[in-house]
Design a protein around this ligand. Sequence first.
Ligand code: GAL
Length: 365
Amino acid sequence: MRSKFVVSVIVLLVAACGAPATGRETKPPESALVGVTMPTTTSQRWTSDGENIKHNLESRGHRVDLQYAENDVPTQVKQVESQIAAGAKLLIIASVDGSALTKPLLMAAEAGIPVIAYDRLLRGSPNVDYYATFENFRVGIYQAESLLTGLGLRNGDGSPGPAAGPFNIELFAGSADDNNSAFFFNGAMSVLKPLIDDGKLVVRSGQTDFQAVTTLRWDGETARKRMEEIVTTAYRRTKVNGVLSPYDGISLGILTALKNNGYAPGQGFPVVTGQDAELGSVKSIIAGEQYSTIYKDTRELATATASMAEAVLKGRTPPQLNNLNDYENGVKIVPAFLLNPVSVDKSNYHKVLVESGYYSDDQLR
Ligand code: GAL
């Protein structure tokens, strides 16, 4: 009743003034300034994400301020604050630490600036309007399934594989301050835990708890050190057969640790998973070192986010939203748009990555 009254008053006021309402209902100026902040340039995926969003929004006539925080939280806070001060009409944020931006998000809300969380959920704040990402739980499922396929416990079509096990595996998760990390890990464990419980998979380090296996800032060097520590302590008398890795940068660190400790590609080399289909990892898959990765088409995510942005700038609800339940950020459920990931290994990389134009054959040589 009350909201109907408020709406009618607004409608009457707008009609009386002959001018558009202010705030989120405002028709956007032809060219709006959009602030885009990405976590780092050290990973190829984020630079592609940033460039793709920028080009998409620019081709729609908007101006874009694109910033990278180099994995430093105070830098990202400053970048968002300065975009607000510069008059941004919308913010698109892929956070370094999903819970560290509550202050600038409050400033944005007070200035009537909507916010889209990009790939990583912004946590602990009511001032997040929408979220664009991939099916993160499914990413974890795919990582675990490809680990089982690589070990021979499962065939590519999901049927039981030729191997019986038991196999020794180790587990890695992403950064604990990234909401995605638990989604990936829980997705993977939904597949692996039953096999760990019945002894087909053995984690000799004993490190199976999410907190124990996280990798701060997804750092490859941190992962290399942890893997070296594990192989030199838990695998003195036996070999590790597989490693669940949540991200290509971490996978490359793990591969280095293995190679530094007597494991040689081609000779019972452990099955190592990944994510993002970064160039170095795809080359490593072709060379028979990394086993698999998860491809997430960042071009599609950028395009979808740009059209969500366009709708939001026009004061509309983005029509793409396809998940209204799963992304609770500690304060509210953030309406989300989720894209599908694709599992990639040596058998399908050409079809998925080259034939789709994501990489050229030349880039992969
Ligand atoms: C996650 C993202 C992954 C990977 C990782 C490390 O948030 O979903 O695709 O990029 O960060 O950058």
